[in-house]
Design a protein around this ligand. Structure first.
Ligand SMILES: [Zn+2]
Ligand SMILES: [Zn+2]
Length: 329
């Protein structure tokens, strides 16, 4: 129909035909530009750019000091011979070692900290565990020395192993709490809970820390994860590789499902060398995306992404690693 009209028109007057076609083009161009503004039409943009219309809310973060540290001691460890642990504390602390603590009791205690009264003293933990452990032992830990503390189940209890897998008891749960009540008001972190595997005849896996949690006075719980860095001096930026080992202790699922992910989940964040932004490769990484916690983009690129460039998780919030304006090239 339109074609027949155009052919007729062309035969009638080529000049008039060209004028009509040009006019149609100009009108169409005007409509398109009026519709989209003098910007690039939305269909020509990448999906990430179109989403940048919604700015990601800025999350206010505070830095907290962890007064607790606990490492495995040197020497051999076994359920029969006991184990040495080495606390590192900024304040005088109490180290409570709960041997053969029921997995369910530990989970229940951690949950009760989040929903009920906070666990900040050894007595709180004893009550929260409902005495569902074989033996407990306490040590005073001073802040100025890092001596090892040796703990063991008394031989008269006759406990030599914790049975076959899967197990219902953790061999050792080491709890660090602040000894002085004044210190509890100073630190946000009020307790550290370390679940330790100790080898026995039934399960000879070498002694190791299975999980480490920090409990805050606000009722949050953060899991400390092992930090792995690139063996090269300057590695490829990327998410930290945390060791994901399946636990022989049951039930495992719920134990890991934390309501709060960790502020202290370390990133490969080495001495401000300015790992390049994964997007523009031109500025220092300064944005941590939440909830995935990937630190991978600079402030400038942040506004172009609604999804994490590393894991594609939807970005709900973000926070800056440094508040000072990042030096622009
Ligand atoms: Zn960038
Ligand atoms: Zn991510």
């Amino acid at each position: 129909m339109a074609a027949v009209f155009l052919v007729t028109l062309y035969e009638y007057s080529p000049l008039f035909y060209i004028s009509v076609v040009s006019l149609c083009f100009v009108v169409t161009a005007a409509v398109v530009l009026g519709w989209f503004g003098f910007d690039v039409p939305a269909i020509l943009r990448s999906s990430d750019e179109t989403e940048s219309i919604l700015p990601t809310p800025e999350k206010q973060m505070v830095q907290v000091t962890n007064p607790f540290g606990l490492a495995m001691g040197y020497g051999t460890a076994s359920v029969i011979d006991g184990i040495s642990v080495r606390p590192f504390c900024l304040e005088p602390c109490i180290l409570s070692c709960f041997w053969g603590c029921e997995v369910i009791a530990v989970q229940g205690a951690l949950k009760s900290h989040q929903h009920g009264p906070r666990l900040s003293t050894p007595q709180h933990f004893q009550e929260a565990f409902h005495l569902r452990y074989h033996h407990s032992q306490s040590f005073h830990v001073s802040s100025d020395n890092n001596e090892e503390h040796y703990t063991q189940i008394p031989a008269e209890q006759g406990i030599t192993d914790f049975g076959l897998l899967p197990r219902a008891h953790y061999p050792l749960v080491a709890v660090l709490t602040l000894a002085e009540s004044e210190a509890r008001d100073v630190y946000n972190i009020v307790a550290s809970v370390t679940v330790i595997h100790v080898p026995d005849d039934k399960y000879s896996l070498s002694a190791r820390i299975l999980f480490q949690y920090l409990l805050t006075s606000q009722g949050n719980m953060f899991e400390l994860k092992p930090l792995f860095m690139s063996a090269d001096s300057r590695g490829v930026p990327g998410p930290p590789d945390t060791e994901q080992s399946t636990s022989p202790y049951q039930p495992t699922e719920e134990a890991h499902r934390l309501e709060q992910s960790s502020v202290l989940e370390e990133e490969d964040w080495s001495e401000g060398t300015g790992r390049d932004c994964v997007v523009c490769q031109n500025a220092a990484v300064n944005r941590v995306l939440l909830p995935c916690r990937h630190a991978c983009v600079c402030d400038r690129c942040m506004s172009h992404f609604q999804h994490c460039p590393i894991c594609r998780a939807f970005v709900l919030e973000s926070f800056a690693l440094t508040q000072e304006p990042v030096v622009e090239w």
